[in-house]
Ligand binder design. Structure first.
Ligand code: NDP
Length: 419
C-alpha cells in the first residue's frame, strides 16, 4: 500500500503509470501531476475502470520548487517518480529533500538553457577536467548525496532502460558471471519502423541534443572524446538483424566507471538508419537544433523547440510502429582465472507494447523499468539512503521484476564481440 506522485504525463510516464496501475496492491494511490492537466485527466479517465489504484490529477509547474513543495505537502506521497524532463531533476530533488520524500527519475540532469552563464562556467570547467563535453553529467545530482543520506532519504537516478536496466545488467554480470570485468559494450538497437521520414522515439529536444553531441567512451581510467557519429560498427542483433550503430556518449558510462573501477573500457552504441542521420545533419547544419533563442517577426523562438512542435509527437508513433528493439550489454572478463564473454539483453516488440499499453517499445522499455525501480523502493528492496544509480543496488529482485512485468532477459555465453 503506497501513495506515489508521478511528475510528467508524456510517453514514458504513460507507460509507467499504466504498469503501476496493474499492481494496485503496491501502487494503491497515484497522483499524476504535469504541466498540461488535460493529458493527466485523459489518462486517469481511461484507467478508471481498469484498476483499483486510486488516481488523482493536478497541474504543476515542476520548475518551481515552491509549487512542488505545496503539492507534496498536500498529497503526502511515499515516493516521487520524476518522469518529466531532465531539466526538472534538481527542482524535484530540492522539493523531495525539503518535504522528506524519496525520489527517482529516468535521466540525469541537464539544463534547459545551455547559454546560462552560471551553468556554462561549471560546464566549461567540467569539460576541461573530465574530458567529455556532453551537456549532461551526474555531478549536479551527486552533489545531493550527503543531504539525502543525512535526511535518511533515497534518490534513485536514471531508472529507465539505458540508463537503468543497462546498469542492472552490469551489476548482475559482476555478481553472477565474473570475478573481474574487463570491457563493457552497451548496445541499443531500435529495429522499429514508424513510416515517417523523420521522427524521434522520445522527447525530440532531449533526443536530438544527445545524438548530435560528440561521442565519448571510457578507456584505461579516462574519457576519450570523438566527433559525433565518427565511430561506426555493424552488428547482427538477435530477432532484429544487421544494423549500423554509432558510438555515443551516454550517462551510465560515468557512474559505471566509478562503481566497477576495474573495467578497462566502457562504450555505448546506438543504431541509426542513414535517413535519420541525413535528416539530423541537415537540421543541425541549418541551425534547427540550436537552443539559443532567435527573434522571428517579433517573436522569440528557440529553434529546437519549434522543431519539436513540427515533428510527430513520440506518443503518437505507437500505432504506426512495427519491428523490435534489442538492448543489452556485452562483457569480457575473467571467472575462476579463465577468460569469458557474456551478453545479456532484452528484445521488445513495438506492436505487442502497443497492444498492452498503447505505446511503442521505446517508451515501454523506459516506463517498465521506472515502475520496477519504484517497486524496489516501495517494497523495501532498494532503500539505502543517499543518491544512487541502479548498479549500486542488488540487481536480482529488479531483473526478476523485469522478467515478470514485460522485459525478460536473454543471455548468450558466446556473443560476437564488437571490434
Ligand atoms: P515527453 O516529452 O513525452 O514527456 C515529458 C512530460 O513532462 C510531459 O508530460 C510534459 O508536459 C512534462 N513536463 C515538461 N516540463 C514540465 C514542467 N516544467 N512541469 C511539469 N511537467 C512538465 O518525454 P518522454 O516521456 O519521452 O521522456 C520522459 C523522461 O524519460 C525524459 O527525462 C527522458 O530523457 C527520459 N528517457 C529515459 C530513457 C532511458 O532509457 N533511461 C529513454 C527515453 C527517455 P506537457 O505534456 O505539457 O509537455
Amino acid at each position: 500500500m503506497s501513495r506515489v506522485l508521478v511528475i510528467g504525463c508524456g510517453g514514458v510516464a504513460n507507460v509507467a503509470i499504466r504498469k503501476c496501475c496493474m499492481l494496485p496492491e503496491v501502487f494503491s494511490e497515484l497522483c499524476i501531476a504535469s504541466r498540461t492537466k488535460s493529458k493527466c485527466d485523459a489518462l486517469a479517465a481511461e484507467l478508471k475502470d481498469k484498476t483499483t489504484t486510486k488516481i488523482t490529477t493536478v497541474q504543476v509547474n515542476a520548475d518551481s520548487v515552491e509549487e512542488l513543495c505545496a503539492l507534496i505537502k498536500a498529497y503526502q506521497p511515499d515516493l516521487v517518480m520524476n518522469i518529466a524532463l531532465p531539466y526538472q531533476d534538481l527542482t524535484v530533488m530540492d522539493a523531495c529533500l525539503a518535504c522528506g520524500v524519496n525520489y527517482m527519475d529516468t535521466a540525469n540532469y541537464e539544463p534547459e538553457d545551455t547559454d546560462d552563464p552560471a551553468w556554462r562556467k561549471v560546464y566549461d570547467k567540467r569539460c576541461k577536467e573530465q574530458g567529455f563535453s556532453a551537456y549532461f553529467d551526474y555531478s549536479w545530482q551527486w552533489a545531493y548525496r550527503e543531504r539525502f543520506e543525512k535526511a535518511g532519504l533515497t534518490a534513485l537516478l536514471g531508472c529507465g532502460f539505458d540508463p537503468g536496466v543497462s546498469q542492472a545488467y552490469c551489476a548482475y554480470a559482476k555478481k553472477h558471471e565474473f570475478d573481474e570485468i574487463d570491457t563493457i559494450d552497451i548496445l541499443d538497437c531500435n529495429g522499429g519502423d514508424h513510416g515517417y521520414p523523420f521522427a524521434t522515439n522520445f522527447n525530440p529536444e532531449v533526443n536530438l541534443r544527445e545524438v548530435s553531441a560528440p561521442g565519448s567512451y571510457w578507456e584505461n581510467g579516462h574519457w576519450v572524446e570523438i566527433p559525433a557519429m565518427s565511430i561506426k560498427r555493424e552488428y547482427n542483433f538477435d530477432q532484429v538483424g544487421q544494423k549500423d550503430m554509432y558510438l555515443l556518449h551516454h550517462e551510465e558510462i560515468e557512474s559505471l566507471a566509478q562503481n566497477i573501477p576495474e573495467v578497462k573500457r566502457i562504450r555505448f552504441f546506438m543504431t541509426f538508419g542513414q535517413s535519420y542521420l541525413t535528416h539530423m545533419r541537415c537540421l543541425e547544419n541549418v541551425g534547427m537544433l540550436s537552443t539559443t533563442p532567435i527573434n522571428f517577426e517579433g517573436h522569440e523562438i528557440v529553434p529546437i523547440k519549434f522543431l519539436k512542435a513540427l515533428l510527430p509527437d513520440p506518443a503518437s508513433l505507437g500505432p504506426r510502429t512495427h519491428g523490435k528493439t534489442n538492448i543489452g550489454c556485452i562483457f569480457t572478463g575473467k571467472k575462476d582465472g579463465k577468460q569469458k564473454t557474456y551478453y545479456i539483453y532484452n528484445v521488445c516488440d513495438h506492436e505487442k507494447c502497443y497492444q498492452e499499453v498503447a505505446s511503442q517499445a521505446v517508451s515501454y522499455t523506459t516506463g517498465v523499468p521506472a515502475m520496477c525501480g519504484a517497486l524496489m523502493m516501495l517494497t523495501g528492496k532498494w532503500t539505502t539512503p543517499g543518491v544512487h544509480t541502479v548498479e549500486e543496488f542488488d540487481p536480482d529482485p529488479f531483473l526478476a521484476a523485469l522478467d515478470k512485468y514485460g522485459l525478460p532477459k536473454s543471455e548468450s555465453y558466446d556473443p560476437v564481440l564488437v571490434p
